[in-house]
Design a protein around this ligand. Structure first.
Ligand SMILES: NC(=O)c1ccc[n+]([C@@H]2O[C@H](COP(=O)([O-])OP(=O)(O)OC[C@H]3O[C@@H](n4cnc5c(N)ncnc54)[C@H](OP(=O)(O)O)[C@@H]3O)[C@@H](O)[C@H]2O)c1
Length: 338
């Protein structure tokens, strides 16, 4: 597996990370703990070094499963986890207050059976807590040696910039990684974040590279499917069938199908490789439910798509322009480059 720097840091990550969101989760979407442990070992054996979890995943069981699986292998692993979503009914068992962060990190460390976290993310913005308070708490955790690097997930662009300016002004730790949904069916982050991350030296760690499974080619045009994660998603969720079942998305599937056939690879490998290839991406976080899915998706590690193939995928999936002032944009870019 290829290695990349995590943003502007000296930390080297495999460019495919393994997500553990459904490990230990009960129900058809989840992976049983013993299977999950085998999957984690197979990923590490294949050369991966970056595991992504969160306190909220499977109510804490994902962290427990991950902690057990890495016992004896901790030193060579980049272990990432997150805080913000509710871990109980209490008003302070959620969010990015100093109160919650300080308790949540101890709970994560205990479940992960480790005494440090390599990459600690704010899982999403907290409108109830000043970002100064959250950043100071994260900075303290770095000083205490409980956290190595900090990151954010799902923030809006202004929130990232606000946080970075607070870090700069107060000499607090800066975010080095940002975790966002990014795939051929979900390219919205290109509007703001790719340039932002490039200018600020932040590494993008995309989640959902298969659009929740849509980009595996296992769903077909027509009625709502009966099997697979997307079939079970509620209508008001992002991965709901009615959001995936669009002409644009089927056009993407058609192009992926031709490339997969021409190259003798799978849809999933094409999808993961497309995301891997995008600017500022440090490590793509894949999600798998079974060992077969892991083996399939890891096939992307050695796949290179040609510029022409990437262009075909880009054309099928492109979004409307957000900043349609071509003259102004080319003028200001030229000035900078000259
Ligand atoms: N920061 C955040 O807010 C956030 C949010 C979500 C996820 N994440 C992270 O990102 C990771 C990956 O996200 P994701 O699970 O949404 O990724 P994804 O790759 O878009 O979807 C993964 C799902 O697709 C299906 N699948 C995967 N490989 C397949 C294959 N080869 N053939 C057929 N089906 C396949 C499986 O579901 P079925 O078999 O059930 O259909 C699997 O659970 C998570 O584990 C988590 O660590 C972060």
């Amino acid at each position: 597996m290829k290695l990349k720097r995590l943003g502007n840091t000296g930390l080297l990550t495999s460019d495919i990370a393994l997500g553990t969101m459904i490990f230990g989760e009960e129900g058809p979407r989840g992976t049983r703990p013993d299977d999950a442990e085998r999957i984690i070992h197979a990923y590490l054996d294949a050369g991966g070094n970056h595991l992504d979890t969160a306190n909220v995943y499977a109510g804490g069981r994902s962290e427990e499963v991950t902690g057990k699986a890495i016992n004896g292998k901790r030193d060579r692993i980049i272990l990432a986890t997150k805080v913000n979503f509710p871990m109980g009914d209490g008003p302070n068992q959620r969010g990015l207050s100093r109160f919650n962060i300080m308790r949540a990190v101890e709970d994560s460390l205990r479940r992960l059976a480790t005494d440090y976290i390599d990459l600690y993310y704010m899982h999403c913005w907290d409108y109830n807590t000043p970002i100064e308070e959250s950043l100071r708490a994260f900075d303290d955790l770095v000083r205490q040696g409980k956290v190595r690097y900090i990151g954010m997930s799902n923030f809006k662009a202004w929130q990232v910039m606000k946080a970075l300016s607070v870090s700069n002004a107060s000499s607090l730790e800066r975010f080095v990684a940002g975790q966002y949904q990014y795939s051929l069916v979900m390219r919205d982050i290109e509007y703001e974040f790719v340039e932002l991350f490039d200018s600020e030296g932040i590494g993008l760690t995309p989640w959902g590279p298969l659009g929740g499974g849509f980009l595996t080619g296992k769903y077909k045009r027509g009625d709502k499917p009966e099997e697979g994660r997307i079939a079970a998603m509620e209508d008001d969720t992002e991965e709901a069938w009615h959001r995936r079942n669009t002409e644009r998305n089927w056009a993407i599937i058609d192009v992926m199908g031709s490339i997969a056939e021409e190259r003798g690879v799978t849809y999933s490998q094409v999808a993961v490789t497309w995301t891997r290839r995008q600017p500022t991406v440090s490590s793509v976080i894949i999600g798998v439910r079974t060992m077969e899915q892991l083996e399939d998706n890891l096939g992307a590690a050695e796949l290179e798509l040609s510029d022409d193939e990437i262009q075909r995928l880009n054309r099928a999936s492109q979004l409307p322009e957000m900043y349609p002032y071509r003259f102004i944009e080319s003028y200001s870019r030229k000035k900078v480059e000259d």
